[in-house]
Design a protein around this ligand. Structure first.
Ligand SMILES: Cc1cc2nc3c(=O)[nH]c(=O)nc-3n(C[C@H](O)[C@H](O)[C@H](O)COP(=O)(O)O)c2cc1C
Length: 369
């Protein structure tokens, strides 16, 4: 019998726990349809706003690669180099809400069993701006979207009341979530920025506002490298660059650390993990730390734009894993979610070699005096 890959997350039934995250792979109707046909359990749309944005000219996303035999890192294409990360300075969808609305409805009608999550973003500086969040939410849920993801995490928005600038402010996170919850009839996921001192603080704000789940990580604030020949940034327009977002393999361990903090602080809450996933082995880290679903961006972009091979590998990997652990009585994802959450402890809880203890620097350590 084939393994059961299905799961329930924030009350929504998923065929499998794998979603395409909000990004270029989910920016068009045809891509979302292809993604569902390829086997993704869910898709989060590219972030939808009320007003169209204007992107920079030239490439908005580039890939940083590492050589096997040297410490060289560069975005220049060359044989034998391995992916290190993606770097982007793309804004939210440049298509307005009116463009998205009929498409969301058509996709949902064609794929009622697949999970369609609308990612939305508005300003949050005053009541009018906050009503924009509600306008976006109502429009998307009327089209049958299954959940909403609040983009509180885009690292390159200029406005102090948008994107990661909201995600860095626990009160604004709480206010936006609460305003959305006032009109939302479907689950609300808050996608937080990793660019804060303690992500648990902002997560608490989101839960206080009524969030049904936390999503982490969005990309990490970063710069492209400077080319030693030209002394220009590897990505620039007229010699100028702004900070952008780092995704892909480089952020996997960083995102896991954020996720570990979150799932330990809120063991009974729902989490969707993102960051550097391209294989089931990598996704498994997020599940074992306590995530109920995971999302993928960079790896999918590099695999026919929507990741048909990536999702096949994820589904096959999950099926094989469940089968391999049948002797433990495991039959579904839920049997092992969170199994390693409590293995991450403070340094002082790690056994020391020999009989001496380390007390976290608070008391005489036993090796002085
Ligand atoms: C080109 C690009 C565009 C993105 N656009 C959005 C977006 O509109 N909204 C959003 O919430 N996240 C956006 N993201 C972030 C991704 O959804 C994801 O959180 C991040 O890339 C980390 O996942 P990865 O390591 O699998 O790439 C974007 C990422 C990239 C690379």
């Amino acid at each position: 019998m084939a393994a059961d890959l299905s799961t329930t997350f924030t009350g929504i039934r998923f065929k499998n726990p794998f979603l395409l995250s909000s990004a270029p792979p989910t920016e068009s109707e045809s891509n979302i349809v292809r993604a569902f046909e390829a086997g993704w359990g869910g898709v989060v749309t590219k972030t939808i706003g009320l007003h169209p944005v204007v992107n920079v000219p030239g490439p908005k996303t580039k890939f940083l690669r590492a050589d096997a035999d040297s410490a060289h890192l560069s975005m220049k294409k060359r044989p034998g180099a391995a992916l290190h990360s993606s770097w982007n300075w793309e804004l939210i969808s440049d298509k307005p809400l009116d463009w998205w609305v009929p498409r969301l409805g058509r996709i949902k009608q064609a794929f009622p069993q697949h999970v369609l999550v609308a990612s939305v973003m508005a300003g949050s500086g005053n009541d009018t701006e906050l009503r924009h969040w509600q306008e976006l939410v109502i429009a998307c849920q009327e089209q049958g979207c299954d959940a909403l993801e609040l983009n509180l995490s885009c690292p390159h928005m200029d406005r102090p009341d948008m994107g990661s600038n909201v995600g860095k402010d626990k009160e604004l996170v709480s206010i936006v979530t609460k305003v959305v919850k006032e009109v939302a009839k479907i689950p609300v996921w808050a996608k937080l920025t990793p660019s804060t001192t303690d992500i648990v603080v902002e997560a608490r704000g989101a839960f206080l506002g009524g969030a049904d789940a936390i999503v982490s990580s969005n990309t990490f604030t970063s710069l492209p490298l400077i080319d030693i020949e030209t002394l220009e940034f590897e990505v620039h327009v007229d010699g100028l660059v702004s900070t952008g977002g780092l995704g892909g393999p480089a952020i996997l361990p960083l995102s896991l650390a954020k996720m570990s903090q979150l799932t330990q602080a809120f063991p009974d809450k729902a989490f969707s993990g993102i960051g550097g996933i391209s294989t089931f082995e990598q996704a498994l880290n997020y599940f074992l730390l306590g995530c109920g679903t995971v999302q993928v961006c960079t790896a999918a972009m590099l695999d026919h734009a929507i990741g048909p091979n990536i999702i096949r590998g994820l589904n096959d990997g999950l099926a094989r894993f469940i089968e391999a652990h049948a002797d433990k009585g495991w039959t579904t994802l839920g049997d092992f979610v969170g199994l390693r959450r409590d293995r991450v402890v403070p340094q002082s809880k790690i056994r020391r070699a020999g009989e001496k203890d380390y007390r976290g620097g608070y008391e005489a350590e036993g090796y002085s005096v």
